[in-house]
Design a protein around this ligand. Structure first.
Ligand SMILES: CC(C)(COP(=O)(O)OP(=O)(O)OC[C@H]1O[C@@H](n2cnc3c(N)ncnc32)[C@H](O)[C@@H]1OP(=O)(O)O)[C@@H](O)C(=O)NCCC(=O)NCCS
Length: 182
């Protein structure tokens, strides 16, 4: 393993020129029994990043992408927000992935915190993310970034392995700004 620490990586907004490497990172390093990666949906999401409709951050070191997070706004998690906020787009995180030879060094948490910082400028009150109930690396990253678990439900179509359940996590921005750990 390369000894260069991931904290030497620079995190920048994903641009069109990053997308081929970002797609390869997601499919080559994001694939595991716990991660739902619908190819068409992810390619459409990446195309939306290129158009500026969705967003991404990439961690770069010497031109290589070590990790990435992608996100946007939607109303898909409306059932978890108070009635007055329903119909108002909130933040969601779609993909979070770190190169296999760089996991466990805090890069996923750093990327997720940066995504929260970007989403906070978009006027949302909450950010949602979901994962396989048993994706422990993902769970640790979300916990470290300040997300709390709000629901777990049976989801065999997207989760054919293990418990077959999805856990939904939410980050709520404090009223007086200030992101945890920043
Ligand atoms: C999920 C992922 C992005 C996390 O990235 P990462 O850089 O390794 O995460 P971090 O180093 O920031 O780890 C955050 C916390 O999770 C813990 N953690 C990491 N891997 C773990 C594992 N396999 N089992 C248990 N805890 C783990 C870390 O110890 C850390 O917690 P701590 O500081 O309290 O010890 C990375 O593992 C990955 O790319 N996985 C494949 C794709 C995937 O499953 N994405 C999630 C989709 S929801």
């Amino acid at each position: 393993m390369n000894a260069v620490p991931v904290d030497a990586a620079v995190i920048v907004a994903a641009r069109a020129e990053h997308l081929p490497a970002l797609e390869a990172l997601i499919f080559d390093h994001g694939a595991n029994s716990w991660n739902y990666l619908p190819e068409d949906g992810i390619r459409a999401h990446l195309a939306d990043i290129a158009r500026g409709r969705d967003h991404g951050l990439v961690a770069l070191r010497d031109g290589d992408i070590l990790g990435a997070v992608t996100f946007g706004l939607n109303t898909d998690f409306d059932r978890y927000v108070p009635a007055p906020l329903r119909g108002t787009p909130q933040g969601y995180v779609s993909e979070a992935v770190v190169r296999r030879d760089r996991v466990g060094q805090g890069l996923g948490t750093r990327l997720l915190r940066e995504a929260l910082a970007v989403l906070s400028t978009m006027g949302v009150q909450r950010v949602f993310i979901d994962r396989h109930e048993e994706n422990h690396a993902s769970a640790g990253m979300m916990r470290r970034a300040g997300f709390v678990e709000i629901d777990t439900y049976s989801d065999p179509r997207r989760r054919p392995h293990g418990s077959g359940r999805t856990t939904v996590c939410c980050f709520s921005y404090p009223a007086e700004s200030g992101l945890p750990g920043r």
